[in-house]
Design a protein around this ligand. Sequence first.
Ligand code: ZN
Length: 344
Amino acid sequence: MLILGIDTSCDDTGVAVVENGSNVLSNVIASQYQAHNRFGGIVPVIAAREHTAKINYIIESALIEAGVSFSGLDAVAVSHHQGLMLSLVVGVSAAKSISLASNIPLIGIHHLEGHIYSNLMGRTDELHFPFLCLTVAGGHTLLLKVIAHGTYELLGHTRDDAAGEVLDKVARHLGLGYPGGAVIEKLAQKGDPHAYDFPRPLMNSSDGEFSFSGLKTAVIAAIDRNPDLNQADLCASFQQAIIDLLVSKTMRAAHMHKLTRIALAGGVALNQPLRATLKNASNEQGYAIFAPPKGLCMDNGAMIAGAAYHLYQERGPDSLNIETRANAPLGTTEIRYRPASKYE
Ligand code: ZN
């Protein structure tokens, strides 16, 4: 089954062709980095304008790269839930047009389902249900129990900023540009992770809740107190605090909910020290650890097509009346998206 997957939920235009939910024939992503960088964060109206300008070209590129025409597609899938409203509308309008013109099923996917299902793509070993999924990105930090296809239980969420969001904000405060995760990881390689003792809010709480705003405030205060501080040490200590929070809460949730398989997802899953620390902690407990291929961590169309392959079997096609929603529950699980906080 060949599915065209489209994701325009935030600031990247992603279109891909995926065969049987796993074999990625093309995965084209147009970054809007240049358009947003000078603002230090994502500007929704600019994101929508960029998606509109590029979407047709990116769809055509994905089809050419996969060696497929519209008539060869079996379905079209799109992120219609969760993200920037103006951005979502661009992808959903394109997907509806393709569905109508090519007479193929339309499959609406929650953007977070794409991240979760990126773990099931391109692998030979099976990630069986149930599993624990830590999704860490610019708009989210949450722990989900993935019970079956399309069935989820929220075990914990951030009460304030997402981990990717505080990485962006601290990088911006240091004048390092955007997105912040990659530049902080690079600087941190030369720094001492124990140079600064930053707070780790809620690290010892027994629930799955996260909080990062206190850490962000402490790091920004340290920068403001000493403009000549060692940036590498600061980045290493800040990154270590985030990793400690993510890994300790994940391990506790796995233990409490008796989940022996742990999956990592989202843009922050690219962080190599996070991957290594989570892997070591999981190995110590005898848990199996999974992470998507690096090309599927950031927002992309392939993960949407991958999720659609499995969820289409469960839920069937959607009608051409599907709505776009900035906030939408995942199954019956209420999840809050915080795109506006990128401008704080
Ligand atoms: Zn995302």
